[in-house]
Design a protein around this ligand. Structure first.
Ligand code: K7E
Ligand code: CUA
Length: 668
């Protein structure tokens, strides 16, 4: 093009459509309302004939009913948004309800070359914050998403998610739908449960497989397992203003080496308490190798396991009084301290428990044991009354035991393999049945133990894990739907090879009889748990102010600015200050010499909604998607001489293919 001005070039080729596509007006978001997008394809087909379609497609009236309940017309938005864990993909997957449309995948513990997560300097640093000792971990096993709460209800501001395998917790900022922070638990190797307190004072992370605290070593034998292996509950303090977990103000409670599992926080009447179940009251460990039982047999011999009942407000006061010790930089309350100061109690629960869920009024606990066909109901008022008694018997590790007979008020027979419970707005609980592959609906009764009964049951396919309901674990459940997060899909979908999709099933609960109304295959790892929020509570940004960096959640003073771009060489470092906008990079050529370090800053200067641009370069492992306004930076050593095209990876305009440039790395 030589010196031919770009504007004249566009005019010269003369296609007004092309021009419009290349230089779309900066204010086009004003022309497109978010609720009613303009454009073609939004009108229903003319002359639709429902009867003919029903006949031609072989549908029955139930199919049509289900279709109408889930159908969200093109261009219309869903009422609810579901955040599902991405299992061992290390991600969070976002769906709209009731359409079950996939809206977004948020990378958390795993690098992602679409979003550019783990490729730019800032997100790499966030991933490094989750390092284990010196090892950078690039996978995660996400289990339990937990939305931030205000007054016991989701507030739409943050999402927390844990990594079971590496005991990490991440904060996703819902202003950006982007991971903001990752913390590694300094005491535990792995964890499982995650829950928030009603005003997000704390994010509670509980252990799974016992190990020496502080990532230590102790040979595996009965004595060591009893004395040196430990469980844990960590209360991560959340700083709501900064939107980050504050390890300095967080604390942990040492627990016996029972394998802690799910946790729920008390609310309303039971605020200040948390409940963590566990399996392996046997204190068994894997010794099949040495002639003993395999772990699954040795860990399920006892008829009962132990629930940990924790008064976290008492624990917080204990830490503030300065009596806790510190281990690996975190305040730690020992088992003895917790047992002697009204912080920790044990309570029997049916064997191999999984779910522990507090009812919306904060008055009752629903506990399910996988090997027990009941939902066990406990009164939290009775738990608190029992905890205040001075004559409680001591159980394992000197921890006082709350009497089962005084606290458990009902047992609802529901079927095989009960796991997890959610609630609706009509006074019902819904519990998944893993072995029955079903969901059971039961009525919430009263304190005297009356009125707790199953009212309905419907089959799901297959092996349901968690259930999710709109605001289903808050003080204000919204009802309407239950989503079954199923493990297997077996015969539900067109075959796609031996790795089958998981199947999420949407269940309508507005009628007395529940029914499956939609199957949503997920081509991703097992989505263990999900939370569903009223979409109107989410207020994400749609464009960033130009120069925005997530690192400081504000304008980066070093962000490249339009008109001020350039390449500066200082010693052996090349500083690139680059902008991108439809349909060019400025500058479009970067020179370096082999071995020089390149510090490359890139701002997308667009302010138009959705006008993202990609950036990828051959040979140097960089891939980014930069949203309008955002500034990112990455660094590498230009150790390979050669000619390296870089280009925009997002088809952003009619001249997208031309949106490219060269990095020229000369031999020394
Ligand atoms: Cu049941 Cu990790 Cu909640 Cu899986 S967990 S199902
Ligand atoms: Cu920018 Cu394609």
């Amino acid at each position: 093009m030589g010196t031919f001005p770009r504007k004249q070039f566009v005019a010269a080729i003369g296609a007004s459509a092309l021009l419009a596509a290349c230089n779309a007006p900066k204010n086009d978001q004003a022309q497109i309302s978010s609720a009613e997008p303009a454009g073609v394809g939004n009108a229903p087909p003319a002359g639709g004939n429902a009867d003919a379609i029903i006949k031609a497609r072989g549908l029955n009236p139930g199919d049509v009913d289900a279709a109408l309940r889930t159908f969200v017309p093109p261009g219309k938005h869903d009422d609810y948004v579901m955040f599902a864990s991405g299992g061992h993909s290390g991600q969070v997957v976002v769906f709209g309800l009731p359409s079950m449309r996939l809206l977004k995948v948020i990378p958390v513990f795993t690098p992602d070359s679409y979003v550019g997560w783990g490729y730019d300097f800032e997100s790499k640093a966030t991933l490094h914050d989750g390092d284990f000792k010196d090892a950078t971990i690039t996978h995660g096993d996400t289990h339990h998403p937990a939305l931030s709460e205000t007054d016991g209800d989701y507030d739409g501001r943050f999402l927390f998610i844990n990594d079971k395998v590496n005991a990490r917790v991440a904060v996703v900022d819902l202003a950006r739908f982007e991971t903001k922070q990752i913390v590694k638990n300094p005491l535990m190797i792995n964890t499982h449960g995650l829950a928030v307190t009603p005003n997000t004072e704390y994010v509670i992370e509980t252990a799974q497989y016992a190990a020496p605290l502080g990532w230590g070593y102790a040979p595996l034998n009965a004595a060591n397992f009893r004395e040196k292996y430990r469980g844990l509950a960590t209360y991560w303090k959340f700083d709501k203003n900064k939107g980050v977990l504050d390890p300095q103000k967080s604390f942990s409670i040492e627990l016996p080496p029972f394998f802690q599992d799910l946790t729920d926080a008390g609310k309303l009447d039971s605020d200040g308490w948390s409940f963590t179940n566990s399996f392996n009251s046997e204190l068994a460990y894997p010794d099949n190798w040495d002639g003993g039982l395999p772990p699954e047999a040795s860990m399920s011999q006892n008829a009962y396991d132990w629930m940990h009942v924790i008064n976290w407000k008492a624990a917080e006061a204990f830490v503030r009084s300065g009596r806790a010790s510190t281990f690996n930089g975190m305040a730690l309350i020992s088992i003895a301290q917790a047992a002697q100061n009204g912080i920790l109690y044990l309570l029997s629960e049916a064997k191999s428990p999984h779910g522990v869920d507090v009812t919306p009024d904060g008055k009752f606990l629903a506990v399910s044991g996988k090997l027990d066909p009941y939902v066990q109901i406990y009164s939290i008022a009775k738990i608190k009354t029992a905890a205040a008694r001075s004559d409680l018997k001591k159980g394992p590790y000197g921890i006082r035991v709350l009497p089962l007979t005084e606290t458990r008020i009902a047992q609802i027979p529901i079927g095989l393999g009960p796991l997890h419970t959610q609630f609706d707005d009509q006074g019902f609980g819904y519990t998944s049945l893993f072995l029955d592959s079903a969901v059971a609906k039961w009525k919430i009764g009263d304190e005297s133990g009356k009125g707790w009964e199953m009212v309905d049951k419907t089959s799901l396919q297959y092996n349901t894990g968690h259930l999710a309901a709109p605001h289903g674990d808050t003080v204000k459940p919204r009802g309407k739907y239950i989503v079954g997060l199923n493990k297997w899909s077996i015969d539900r979908f067109t075959p796609v090879g031996p790795l089958f999709p998981r199947n999420l099933q949407l269940v309508d609960v507005t009628s007395p009889k529940m029914g499956v109304i939609f199957d949503a295959p997920v081509g991703n790892a097992e989505p263990h748990y999900a939370q569903i929020i009223d979409a109107s509570l989410l207020k994400p940004m749609s464009v960033f102010p130009v120069g925005f960096t997530p690192h400081s959640n504000g304008i980066d003073p070093n962000a490249p600015k339009a008109g001020k771009e350039g390449v500066r060489i200082d010693g052996d470092t090349v500083y690139v200050s680059m902008t991108q906008a439809r349909s060019h990079f400025t500058p479009d050529v970067v020179h370096a010499k082999a071995g020089q370090k390149i510090i490359w800053r890139l701002t997308n200067t667009e302010s138009t909604k959705n006008a993202m641009h990609g950036f990828a370069i051959a040979g140097y492992n960089v891939s980014l998607t930069i949203e309008p306004g955002k500034s990112e930076h990455f660094e590498f050593i230009a150790d390979k001489p050669g000619v390296f095209p870089y280009y925009c990876t997002d088809f952003c305009s009619a001249l997208h293919l031309e949106m490219m440039g060269y990095l020229l790395v000369a031999e020394r």
